[in-house]
Design a protein around this ligand. Sequence first.
Ligand code: GLU
Length: 277
Amino acid sequence: MTYLGRIAPTPTGDMHVGHARTFVTAYRRAVDAGGAVALRIDDLDPLRCRAELARRAIEDLSWLGVRWSNDPVYQSRRRACYVDAWRALRDAGVIYPSTVSRKEIRDAAHAPHEEDEVAEKIFPPALRPPPDTGRDLDSPAGVVWRFRVPDGDVIHYIDGRCGPQAFTAGADFGDFIVWRKDDVPAYELAVVADDIAMGITEVVRGEDLLRSTARQILIYRALSAAPPAWYHVPLVRDAVGKRLAKRCQPLSIRELRERGLTPEQVLALAEETAVSR
Ligand code: GLU
């Protein structure tokens, strides 16, 4: 099977050195395996993503020397694919409509990076509706949909860099959102539907998504699809050990480029500050 990786920036801010490191690692792994990477713009959330930032991310990636093999895929244009996945999960009886807090709704379109995990509460199983609730609905719109996790099951997988992983459903994570109340598909559903549709053979991303991978494996199982290989890379941290986030605009690639740094220098800077947990 030919290796196909993917690079999936979320256009909510300019890319920083952490993204540079992750995306260049993904690209190099593909080249080393004799394969390629596809580019996907994870602009699922219409409230937070901006077309201008997607354009800037594409420019930054080219400047870094990353080359992709496809016409960029935009999540904002792939609703039909997500509705199909929703329908398959509904028919499999693994998701249900529910009511949740506004904060949970707001967060659900985004990859749950580690600081969000700390705050995440396990959805109380007592609040699940009876089995088969929602089976008769023809559209996901208007209500939150959650994945009913198999409480107590341990999800095992091997990560290409971090080794064997194990997460217990119902303890390490609870019933997670697959569709938001405002009719936007959630990150976990969209990313799995896309990775299957695009034929991705290995997912390379930050190690703050190790736990999310366990959730995604449950979606692959429910859709009877084979999961890709996984390779989670260390995060880039600032001097006080805080994960660099786009929202506070640390060391954007653009800014470093304007200061005259070369792509090699930007990547060297990212290497210096990469910390594995
Ligand atoms: N766009 C997602 C993010 O920025 C990518 C996560 C993934 O690779 O699955 O977090």
